[in-house]
Design a protein around this ligand. Structure first.
Ligand SMILES: NC(=O)c1ccc[n+]([C@@H]2O[C@H](COP(=O)([O-])OP(=O)(O)OC[C@H]3O[C@@H](n4cnc5c(N)ncnc54)[C@H](O)[C@@H]3O)[C@@H](O)[C@H]2O)c1
Length: 306
């Protein structure tokens, strides 16, 4: 059993990870400032501390911690475009503060969230980890944060692993943002009998990965020291257009509501598709089919949100 600290525990991925780590018998401590997450999403059994990752008061919370999952961030591309200074403050400086807290406490490894958005300018699909070309404020801030892993390894001997998530979906996905993630936005609108919004013509393609598959990767990367000081794509290795996702969701719900189309969002890539060979070489394999995953998310929203 390890003591594991999760930043952003009240958010989508953090709360799912906390459930999984508790199931595996670990002790879980979570930090979140609740700027976007919901405290009721933090599972029973985890110790919750309302705190901002930018505060130096977090240092004492890391004492005795074995592993850190750093997930707290301003995670919406449009929000970061609107407020680059806050994006940089939370996503870059905040991450450095988490590295600092971890190094001071002698944490064994920090697994930190990066993003497939760093491939915004790359025209190679499937996309391997080697080359990045971030354009949006969000992606540049995340990449800048990741660069600090190097001096923390070189001068403070802090091991870390970067996780480059593609489009993660599943239960507890945030549905309250001004522009919510695709799956929750579609499901919720259709369940309410409203017309969902598609930005652009719906032909953008995204690599969707179910949150339990992401958690399999988290556990593997935590335990396997071959992963240390590397960065890993976490995606399914397949992609679907937004129109295909919409059709699938509509059919599952048995409705014929048509979406409304609005202008493309700023700074969105046309295609994402992960090359996950590096993670697969460590023994990881995604298991969830898209249709089954959407069904589970749908049931969750029916039960817990409506
Ligand atoms: N969900 C995805 O598909 C996806 C894809 C790529 C990268 N990511 C990254 O993965 C991580 C988790 O994503 P998510 O979807 O769970 O996001 P989320 O927005 O649901 O969760 C982030 C959490 O961080 C908290 N937070 C924000 N600022 C904070 C601060 N200053 N101090 C403490 N807590 C703070 C929020 O309250 C929220 O609970 C993020 O770093 C995100 O950028 C997610």
């Amino acid at each position: 059993m390890s003591k594991i600290l999760i930043t952003g525990i009240a958010g989508f991925i953090g709360s799912n990870l906390a459930v999984r780590l508790l199931e595996e018998g670990h002790q879980v401590v979570g930090i979140d400032d609740l700027s976007h997450g919901l405290q009721e999403q933090v599972p029973e059994g985890a110790t919750f501390i309302k705190q901002d990752i930018r505060s130096r008061d977090i240092y004492s919370l890391f004492e005795g911690v074995d592993y850190v999952f750093h997930l707290a961030a301003l995670s919406s591309i449009p929000d970061c475009q609107r407020d680059p200074v806050s994006a940089c403050d939370v996503n870059t400086t905040g991450t450095v503060n988490v590295f600092e807290a971890s190094a001071r406490a002698g944490v064994k490894k920090v697994i930190f969230a990066e993003t497939s958005a760093v491939y915004e300018g790359i025209q190679q699909w499937p996309t391997p980890e080697a080359n990045v070309d971030p354009h949006s404020v969000y992606a540049v801030g995340k990449m800048a944060a990741r660069l600090f892993a190097k001096p923390y390894k070189e001068f403070r001997n802090l091991d870390s692993v970067g996780v480059r998530y593609f489009n993660v979906y599943g239960p507890r996905q945030d549905y309250r943002r001004s522009i919510p993630p695709l799956m929750s936005a579609f499901i919720l609108a259709l369940l309410r009998g409203e017309k969902p919004v598609i930005y652009g013509d719906g032909e953008k393609r995204r690599d969707f990965i179910y949150v339990d598959d992401v958690n399999d990767a988290h556990l593997l990367l935590m335990k396997d020291d071959r992963a240390n000081n590397n960065i890993y794509n976490i995606g399914s290795g397949t992609n679907n257009s937004i129109n295909e996702i919409y059709k699938m969701t509509k059919e599952l719900l048995g409705t014929d509501i048509e979406p409304v189309h609005k202008d493309n969002l700023e700074a969105e890539a046309q295609i994402t598709l992960a090359d996950c060979s590096a993670l697969k070489n460590l023994g990881w394999q995604p298991k969830m089919s898209l249709e089954e995953g959407i069904k589970i998310q749908l049931e969750y929203i029916k039960k817990h949100v409506l």
